[in-house]
Design a protein around this ligand. Structure first.
Ligand code: IPD
Ligand code: CA
Ligand code: CA
Ligand code: CA
Length: 273
């Protein structure tokens, strides 16, 4: 059994506390109250209840830390202390359609990271229906329960399975996504759009997917997943290949060989406009 830090114990306890209610809500999804934040951006009582439980548990454990919550927004804490970045339910559209593919994502952001900039140091992506717990700590690797994760070792595009997120009503850049899709799809073994960016990245870390691209994501969608990929030995950049994925909200993730091959296709697609 691999011992993770006390912080991860706190995070996992919070996720496991929120999970039973999420599972119950999922089984009774037709009775859930749902509203919209945008044209096709839904939020339900399940998102809100899960966030409340996570907030209460994390707050109890570290009373002076701040929060960035998808539904509740920013809650200030001690500016010298880390903050929690929480997506209580990543994959709401799946959830509301009875599709069993969604996760809780929790990350810890240290305001004074190794280069003096804010940095994600601890990550958990927990899938309530499969009880899979993907976790990572900066410098200590990425794990699924107590098994070490490595990104896939495939080197050829013609055997690579790539995940993506497709823009939808009121969200994202269709023209850009279509150009990238047009360049990547004919070269690879398959493309998947399963509807949870947090799980997409966790599955890249686990070597299930060989790569991933998406843009216009929020910090709570990706904060935990990015650390998972990097700690599993993967590369994450923006679409130009620069280390500015978060700033530009463009995410291209894969092992080093496939990353450079995918990056060539993506860069070519964006150049030939
Ligand atoms: C969504 C998922 C999805 C991505 C969307 C996100 P939510 O998060 O991560 O895969 O394509 O852009 O908004 O709203 O289900 O937490
Ligand atoms: Ca949402
Ligand atoms: Ca999300
Ligand atoms: Ca969400």
């Amino acid at each position: 059994m691999v011992a993770h830090s006390g912080l991860l114990t706190v995070m996992e306890r919070a996720a496991r506390k929120a999970a039973p209610r999420l599972r119950r809500d999922f089984n009774e999804v037709q009775h859930l109250q749902v509203s919209r934040k945008g044209p096709a951006d839904f939020v339900s009582m399940a998102d809100q209840r899960a966030e409340r439980t996570l907030y209460d548990e994390l707050k109890k454990a570290r009373p002076d830390w701040g929060f960035l919550l998808e539904e509740g927004g920013e809650i200030e804490g001690d500016p010298d202390k880390p903050r929690w970045i929480v997506d209580p339910l990543d994959g709401t559209t799946n959830f509301l359609h009875g599709i069993p593919h969604f996760a809780i994502s929790i990350a810890v952001e240290d305001p004074h990271g190794s280069q003096g900039k804010p940095e994600i140091t601890t990550a958990l992506v927990y899938q309530p229906l499969t009880d899979e717990s993907f976790w990572a700590e900066k410098g200590r690797g990425a794990w699924l329960h107590d098994g070490r994760l490595r990104v896939s070792s495939r080197r050829n595009l013609d055997e690579a399975l790539i995940a993506t997120g497709i823009p939808f009503l009121g969200h994202g850049n269709f023209a850009q996504w279509s150009r990238i899709f047009g360049a990547v799809a004919p070269e690879v073994a398959g493309i998947r759009r399963f509807g949870s960016a947090a799980l997409d990245l966790a599955w890249v870390a686990a070597g299930r997917y060989d790569g991933f691209w998406e843009s216009d994501l929020k910090p709570w969608d990706v904060a935990a997943g990015l650390l998972l990929v990097r700690e599993a030995g993967g590369f994450v950049t923006d679409f130009r290949g620069a280390d500015r994925a978060m700033e530009r909200s463009e995410f291209l993730a894969a092992n080093d060989t496939l990353h450079s091959k995918l990056h060539k296709l993506v860069a070519g697609a964006l150049r030939n406009r």
